[in-house]
Write a protein that binds this ligand. Structure first.
Ligand code: ZN
Length: 234
């Protein structure tokens, strides 16, 4: 081990290749990387997945384990290829096993993958769920906007999938009611003067005709914005 006195900051050889490692090791890194890359490719193909757009927590755990096991032997002199390949095999076997068991037992599936959760019902945000899933309003609204939603009155139900994606079921145009606008230029304008038109609670999306400020009957929120009733054009 280096002591404080002999340690030289930014010493070029240590910085570039590492202490006690000859530059010729770079050649071996080439071969190691090629081998580990091919092995990882084969193992991932064996997992049976076709491609990954959004990761569930389960898949993320698999990828982190695989990534670390595949990467280390590419450039650590002291890490051999075989232990890493063994790790890859074990991880992918666990993945196969858990996937199989998830198909058989619902409790295991719930633990491994989580399950879809209802976030919006009849144009209203189920706040307690939002809190529990530690999802922020701007995050939710941002996702809704990406689905061309402009206000919650357009949404019959929305589910948060285990991948973090939203699945949305819409009201037909003629059934679309006034709802909470989620466009920032409208949402950010809390109303102080009420004139009997329809307003939406900023916390839950509940709508009401108000002549003066009132407490939301659903969530006890006290901030309102003017509701809008546009239909969805996607
Ligand atoms: Zn409310």
């Amino acid at each position: 081990m280096e002591t404080e006195e002999t340690f030289k900051l930014f010493e070029s050889k240590r910085l570039l290749i590492g202490e006690q490692i000859p530059y010729s090791f770079l050649l071996e890194v080439l071969a190691r990387s090629a081998i580990m890359f091919m092995v990882t490719l084969v193992i991932l193909r064996m997992s049976g997945k076709r491609g990954i757009k959004q990761l569930s927590i389960f898949e993320l755990a698999i990828l982190i384990s695989l990534g670390s096991a595949a990467g280390d032997p590419m450039f650590y002199q002291e890490v051999g290829l075989l232990p890493a390949i063994a790790v890859l095999c074990v991880v992918i076997m666990l993945y196969k096993c858990l996937t199989y068991l998830s198909g058989k037992f619902e409790s295991i599936e719930k633990f491994v993958e989580g399950k879809a959760i209802k976030l919006i019902e009849e144009g209203r945000i189920l706040q307690h769920v939002l809190k529990k899933e530690s999802l922020a309003y701007d995050e939710l609204f941002s996702q809704l906007r990406q689905h061309s939603v402009s206000h919650l009155g357009q949404i019959k139900t929305a589910y948060l999938e285990t991948s973090g994606d939203l699945s949305i079921y819409y009201f037909a145009d003629q059934q679309t009611d006034a709802g909470l606008p989620i466009l920032p230029e409208l949402y950010d304008h809390s109303v102080n003067d009420f004139n009997g038109s329809v307003y939406a609670c900023k916390l839950c999306g509940n709508t009401a005709k108000l002549h003066r400020i009132e407490v939301c009957t659903v969530c006890a929120g006290q901030e309102w914005v003017k509701a809008i009733k546009t239909t969805r054009i996607s």
